[in-house]
Ligand binder design. Structure first.
Ligand SMILES: Cc1cc2nc3c(=O)[nH]c(=O)nc-3n(C[C@H](O)[C@H](O)[C@H](O)COP(=O)(O)OP(=O)(O)OC[C@H]3O[C@@H](n4cnc5c(N)ncnc54)[C@H](O)[C@@H]3O)c2cc1C
Length: 444
């Protein structure tokens, strides 16, 4: 293999392959932001322009706070521009919240109130991100008791959610082998690249100063402020918000990079297929997942492409064909009508998430305060399309009004986790192989 191929392989393995390989980017690349090349001042400097940082910057600028947003690459080039586009308006597992000081009540209330934040922000700020508030369906091969329990819990919280079967299910999804579906009226899909870059554009329009290709190299305390050094300029700010996802590769506050479990995921998009085919299998274009395995989350976007994501095997992330073949096989089995169509792989990419827990679905975001005026909103995990903007808004409002009591996440000192490869190992060596075996044997 040529060395360039080895380099390319490595970028797939570590989730840093160029954003241009993502189907979302193909839709419409946003304009580049120029690098910082002067010494400037701000009330608050935000580092990292993903879903979290873009939202913090937008909501600070909206409150009139003098804001600077610094991005090492360009906005949405991290996990945010690479995700699978599902807007999940509920929480998978609320058990971890029980150990929080307020038992997670503030987060739960805030989440419920703002569960439509993606669609609300798009509407309010004229962001066109191929958003579709069509709801979501968890498809199951039997009537799991846990589906009914989930329905009851979220109904008590005011959600429009129901277990659907028979004709009611067929009206929504015509799949083979699915007897039950948990239908969520809220949620849907979004192009996360366009949504994130849209938030950045709005932040800039509201007065935030945005700089691309401006990696923050150091962050040093001065009297009454912090000095952020980029290659060609500096920012002096009273407060700093770090939204760097996993904080890898950053030398300042190195403890932050040891607080999480990274996980590399891959995603792929097909060619545009006839809309009649999609009308046949998913007429309302709800976001689909399979319960309980979740191997093939599936959305159909505004260009009639099918987009899915999975977790690649160790050392095999640069193998698009393998994951496309799994997907094709699944499609043919779950939606036999697709076999008659020419479905091709058009885009394949990888990205990396940072989770606060090695237990999947218990990966709640963290808010660290490594120093008095430094906040780090990170480790957002596998469901960032709602959590990123929602927690970003909460943090921005608390900072703008100096009402830290309104923060919905507990403010923590960063604490090192041990064996950071644990989530990756469990998912790649255990969960995914078991799920694929269960799928093959039809026992899921
Ligand atoms: C393949 C895949 C599929 C996914 N599917 C879904 C899904 O369907 N639905 C969903 O809700 N979530 C999904 N997620 C998760 C979601 O994408 C993440 O939770 C979310 O993007 C995290 O946002 P963030 O802003 O914290 O991080 P990021 O988007 O990674 O942003 C961090 C930014 O910080 C920048 N940065 C780092 N260091 C510096 C520095 N020193 N100076 C300046 N900038 C710096 C980086 O360049 C980066 O742009 C998926 C993730 C992946 C990888």
């Amino acid at each position: 293999m040529r060395s360039t191929d080895i380099n390319a392989r490595e970028t797939f393995e570590n989730g840093t392959v160029s954003i241009s390989s993502s189907s979302w980017w193909q839709a419409q690349a946003a304009p580049d932001y120029a690098p910082l090349d002067a010494d400037i001042e701000a009330d608050i400097a935000v580092v990292g322009a993903g879903l979290a940082g873009a939202s913090v910057a937008l909501h600070l600028a909206e409150r009139g706070i003098k804001t600077v947003l610094l991005e090492a690459l360009q906005p949405a080039n991290g996990a945010s521009g690479r995700n699978a586009g599902h807007v999940q308006a509920y929480l998978d597992d609320i058990r971890p919240l029980q150990s929080w000081p307020d038992r997670g009540e503030k987060l739960l209330d805030y989440f419920i109130n703002h569960r439509n934040i993606v669609f609300d922000m798009c509407r309010k700020h004229n962001i066109f991100a191929d958003q579709c508030h069509a709801g979501a369906i968890e498809l199951a091969g039997k009537g799991h008791k846990s589906l009914y329990e989930k329905q009851e819990f979220w109904r008590r919280k005011g959600y429009d959610v129901s277990v659907v079967t028979g004709d009611e299910l067929k009206e929504r999804v015509r799949g083979h082998g699915y007897t039950h579906g948990l239908y969520w009226r809220d949620g849907g899909r979004v192009n996360p690249y366009l949504f994130t870059t849209g938030m950045v554009r709005v932040a800039a329009g509201l007065g935030a100063r945005v700089f691309g290709n401006s990696p923050v190299l150091s962050c040093e305390k001065q009297t009454g402020s912090w000095r952020l050094q980029c290659p060609r300029g500096t920012v002096n700010a009273r407060k700093v918000v770090l939204c760097t996802n996993g904080h890898w590769g950053n030398r300042f506050f190195p403890i932050l990079a040891r607080t999480q479990y990274p996980l590399v995921a891959c995603a792929l998009a097909t060619n545009s297929v006839p809309s009649a085919l999609l009308d046949e299998i998913n007429p309302t274009r709800a976001a689909l997942t399979q319960y309980p395995l979740g191997l093939y989350p599936l959305i159909m976007d505004g260009r009639d492409k099918m987009i899915t994501a999975t977790i690649p095997f160790k050392g095999d992330a640069a193998n698009p064909e393998r994951y496309f073949n799994y997907f094709l096989k699944y499609l043919g089995k779950a939606f036999p009508v697709t076999r008659d169509f020419d479905i091709r792989l058009e885009n394949y990419w990888t990205g990396v998430t940072a989770s606060s827990s090695h237990v999947y679905h218990q990966d709640y975001a963290k808010l660290y305060r490594p120093d008095e005026d430094i906040f780090a909103l990170m480790n957002i995990g596998t469901w960032g399309n709602v959590m990123g903007p929602l927690l970003g808004m909460n943090l921005a409002h608390a900072l703008a009004e100096e009402r830290y009591q309104d923060l919905v996440l507990p403010v923590e000192k960063p604490r090192q986790v041990y064996f950071q490869g644990l989530l990756d190992l469990k998912i790649k060596r255990l969960l995914v192989p078991l799920s694929r075996a269960a799928e093959r044997l039809g026992v899921a």
